[in-house]
Write a protein of this length. Sequence first.
Length: 352
Amino acid sequence: MVRQVEDEIGVINMTIGAAHAGVRAMCATSGGGFALMSEGLGLSAQAEIPVVVIDCMRAGPSTGVPTKTEQGDLWQMLGAAFGDYPKVIAAPLDIADCFTLIPEIFNVVDRFQCPGIVLADLLLAEGRLSVDPKVLDFYPEIDRGELMISNGVGEHEPYKRYKITESGVSPRVIPGVEGYTHVVSSDEHDEDGVLISDMFTNVKKRRAMMEKRMRKEQGIAAMVPPPELRGPADADVTLIGWGSTYGVIDEACEMLREAGISANHLPIRWLVPLHGDAIVELLKTARHTIIVENNFSGQFARYLRSETSFVPNGNIRKYDGEPFMPHHIVEAVREQLEGETTLSIPEHEVMV
């Protein structure tokens, strides 16, 4: 079922309500709408209700250039809502991957009862791609995690919606299943869902519940695959990109190899968890590394550095509202390998 709701605050809360009732629920917006969804995303995390939110990035700030593309919302997603909580963020690599990624991220958020963010952009949302039908799996594996759907009539242990477990994941029952009752709130709570803070806060229960939720990160990291290097391992230049730069970087690598410059490509699909150790291991023998992204400040470069201390040899950035063309990257790689600069900003040709 698809619903058009009056605003993004209503959208995220309706999505959370639907997920709480037991269905898989997701919503979609752009950066400005996501800003209104941020508090609701925190409710999803605190109540441990799995939802998926899609952000199709466009050129900002504010309304910016609403008909153009950019990769400028990464740090907004990293800091969405407030407080610490487990989440998943993935950036589809192309239009076909938008199709295949959704059931994957739903399996993760269902299993770990947390919010998931799909960080796409206008290039993918409004673009076109020829796809091999074999890529489109209409019957993907569905993993609902610790979802209990059978009734609890008869003898059973008292149900604790937020039972403290080693994995951080508690048994989840759809409201209305006979024999089970539970309380859900946006406030911190004990295992039964009862609030622990009024005039005085039970600090032991708060710490235990916080640690329970954050233990999910270990399981999420084990479920999400690390990135893989594409192309020859021993290359003159390694291009690092995330999300929709995938195709254009791949094509640029082919053009560079035809010109006698060996190149490989490290595309990042899962942003949280990042698998920083695996990325550093892949890049430790790279001769010359360049990060390619569609924003002004190098948001992924800053994120990678904050998580791993890795700093590339150079950057290629574009923020005029248009996507990269392969020759933009080829020309930028040439000038950087020749030592002319460490930051290339391709100028987009005006198309009439």
